[in-house]
Write a protein of this length. Structure first.
Length: 648
């Protein structure tokens, strides 16, 4: 909720009437109004004057910017074809108008025949794994965690990355629920849980099988649910039997007694709710991990119980009419993969970046910077602040922020649609994403009517899907009320009577594929890089968003790498020492924090810092290799082998 006085936003607070947030704001957005007025806000179009990467620009007019962009785009299309243009859209905004979820710019790019963009970097592997099991990545309503009696927080640091859920977990605990954190790091969430299982990175599917092995030994499987609502059970049952607790303990690094104890709880506690989020599936076996975890409530029958099941993302429960107008394409075009910008940039002649910061957020950061430095690459960045990616741009276009434009939001952790009404005029000459593309289309002489639809017209189109979940939710209503729960029952049990698969049944993973060892388990021995690096979410930054905020940077202090005492002693490292974390891909600098929060063989350094604000000019993505996971081309941010050495 924003309070406006004399046309200016003066106060930001949570809405206490909103059932999911209950009036709370996270530490990242508490200072959002100050952030919109920060000294480093980009307010006017800019043209590069220095070498790429220098961040040297001059102010130009919108007319000059549109002129130069129009000439360059036409020339690229004529000489190289439209596919030489890569519209690189990220998750800096999750709005269905201005951001990655919807239609911003796609109609314009289709008119030019530009390449399509596969936004896989957040949840590609997990979505793919869940869809192979359940037919959809949509799972239980997170609010129903209040009804659970056993809660598994699997690879998710709720108090840092989704703290609104914690209120429902607290409600469940008040009624006697037991909370277990399964995480390679003893996070602040693990500190608050009843139990923490320090799993070896990349071995989640094996743990799921080991827990189910105990369920079978207790004869606690739901035979009725298995018979009526699943397929492939006989083969999957054998896969479970092939993973006894002792074997799983060796794979996961979790003591056999702890696995057996949790397996007993799982066998006899209904309902059990599992929260598994994006960090869990950012390794080479990520899709398989989610697919196997999703099988757990199929065996226990938890999907039939309110408060039971798996919550990964609610996005697949959102049935807006997202029409990106592929009919405007003259012919089919290729699709470029967001997480592979380092290797797929070679034959791109125009990179157009919006709501993204690939120089700070994508794998193989050093190769990305080399690609961005190409003089024959015309780079346009629509941004609010001078990120590392902006430093390589030829043209920078000033973008609006949330309090300055219309947008329709859904989120991926709840079942509400939310309307974003502008609270104040944009500063300087900032334009919304939709308005920028409207002006550019007009400047290039395009006449396709849909290119010029207003934001309110686009919102009405989105709501007009005809899906029952949106019946009665009109633009007028959502603008008046601010937020509306989609038409799902309370409590919501999405798969109690069937699954959106061809057979209507949950599909168990095939035999022999339920556990895929990840690259990250190759530790120790003679490897030059014996440590597994994971890069969890920072508490004060949202990916690289807010990482330029002076107060949040001050509170975050210098970057650290968590190192177990045994690994520190073996390398002669002391607490607070500046070190190089390195492999063949590159290196970054951090200060050692000797801690039992990570096990021997595992080190951790939070993501999200801008390279330019990091010692040595690099963040952990300098050592993250660009490679595909097992499903959905998911990236391997938590799949990296490194060594740590004293910094010179």
């Amino acid at each position: 909720m924003v309070t406006v006085e004399n046309g200016k936003a003066v106060k930001l607070r949570g809405n206490p009437d909103q059932p999911y947030t209950r009036g709370a704001l996270c530490v990242k957005v508490n200072r959002y109004l100050e952030h919109t007025r920060a000294d480093d806000r980009i307010l006017y179009p800019l043209r590069r004057t220095g070498p790429k990467g220098s961040g040297q620009f001059e102010r130009i007019t919108w007319e000059e910017a549109l002129d130069e962009i129009s000439v360059r785009l036409r020339g690229i299309v004529e000489e190289h074809g439209g596919e030489a243009i890569w519209p690189y859209l990220g998750t800096g905004s999750l709005g269905y108008l201005q951001g990655c979820e919807g239609v911003a710019g796609r109609r314009f790019w289709n008119m030019l025949g530009a390449s399509k963009h596969w936004l896989n970097i957040c949840s590609g592997a997990g979505n793919s794994g869940l869809k192979r099991t359940n037919g959809t990545a949509g799972g239980m309503d997170p609010e129903n965690f209040a009804l659970a009696r056993l809660i598994l927080l699997w690879g998710t640091n709720t108090l840092t990355s989704g703290h609104h859920l914690w209120k429902f977990i607290q409600d469940a605990r008040a009624d006697g629920a037991y909370v277990v954190a399964i995480d390679p790091i003893r996070t602040r969430t693990a500190d608050q849980a009843d139990e923490h299982l320090p799993i070896r990175p990349g071995t989640d599917a094996a743990l799921a099988l080991g827990l189910l092995n105990v369920v079978l030994s207790e004869n606690a499987q739901d035979e009725e649910f298995l018979a009526e609502h699943t397929e492939g059970w006989a083969d999957f049952r054998q896969e479970i039997l092939d993973h006894p607790v002792e074997r799983v303990a060796e794979i996961t690094g979790i003591p056999a007694a702890a696995i057996h104890s949790l397996g007993i709880r799982l066998a006899h506690t209904r309902p059990t709710a599992i929260r598994a989020t994006h960090g869990l599936q950012r390794h080479q076996g990520g899709g398989t991990a989610l697919r196997t975890i999703a099988a757990i409530p199929g065996v226990t029958g938890d999907w039939r119980h309110p408060g039971g099941g798996v919550a990964f993302s609610t996005s697949d429960h959102v049935h807006l009419n997202i029409d990106r107008r592929d009919d405007l394409l003259a012919e089919p075009v290729r699709t470029l993969v967001m997480s592979k910008v380092a290797s797929q940039l070679d034959d791109v002649k125009c990179l157009w970046v919006y709501a993204a910061n690939p120089a700070g957020s994508s794998p193989d950061a050093n190769a990305i910077k080399r690609g961005l430095a190409r003089e024959d690459l015309f780079t346009v960045v629509m941004e609010q602040f001078p990120t590392d990616t902006v430093d390589y741009a030829d043209i920078v276009l000033p973008a609006t922020m949330q309090t300055e434009h219309y947008d329709l939001h859904a989120g991926y952790g709840h079942l509400y649609l939310l309307w974003n009404e502008p609270a104040e005029q944009p500063p300087g000459e900032c334009l919304s994403t939709t308005e920028t593309f409207r002006r550019l289309a007009a400047h290039m002489g395009m006449t396709e009517p849909s290119l010029f639809d207003s934001d309110l017209e686009l919102a009405e189109q989105l709501l007009a899907s005809g899906h029952p979940s949106l019946e009665g939710i009109t633009l007028d209503r959502i603008r008046k009320e601010g937020w509306v729960r989609m038409n799902y029952p309370t409590p919501f049990t999405p798969f109690a009577t069937g699954f959106p698969t061809p057979s209507g049944r949950l599909r168990f993973p095939p035999t022999g594929k339920a556990y895929v060892p990840s690259h990250s388990v190759r530790t120790g021995g003679n490897s030059a890089y014996p440590l597994v690096l994971i890069t969890p979410a920072a508490h004060l930054f949202l990916n690289t968003t807010f990482a330029n905020n002076p107060e949040l940077r001050r509170r975050a202090k210098d970057p650290v790498v968590l190192v177990n005492q045994a690994d520190a002693a073996a390398r002669g490292l002391v607490d607070g020492q500046r070190v190089r974390v390195h492999n063949d891909g590159g290196e970054f600098l951090a200060d050692v924090e000797i801690s039992d929060r990570v096990a021997a063989g595992v080190v951790a350094s939070p993501k999200g810092r801008w390279p330019k604000f990091s010692p040595g000019g690099a963040n952990p993505n300098a050592v993250v290799a660009e490679r595909d996971g097992d499903m959905g081309k998911g990236p391997g941010f938590h799949d990296n082998l490194v060594e740590i050495s004293p910094a010179s």
